[in-house]
Design a protein around this ligand. Structure first.
Ligand SMILES: [Zn+2]
Length: 69
């Protein structure tokens, strides 16, 4: 499928550079919003190791909900 656009291979970044959440360096487009693949992995592994604790609802067995009459 072709758009009919005649080739401009020039892509300019529309987003403002943001500091990397890990090391506060300017982010790159490849690894946005991080400065590098490495910082992205650091952030990811932090997620996986549970530093960002997500509260788990344990009461799902009790989903009967309508106890009030
Ligand atoms: Zn970084």
């Amino acid at each position: 499928m072709s758009d009919g656009k005649t080739g401009s291979a020039k892509v300019e970044p529309l987003r403002k550079p943001r500091p990397c959440p890990e090391c506060s360096r300017p982010s790159t487009r490849e690894s946005y919003p991080f400065c590098s693949e490495r910082c992205r992995n650091v952030d990811l592994s932090r997620w996986l190791s549970g530093s960002y604790a997500i509260p788990v609802v344990e009461d799902e067995t009790k989903a009967g909900g309508e106890d009030e009459r």
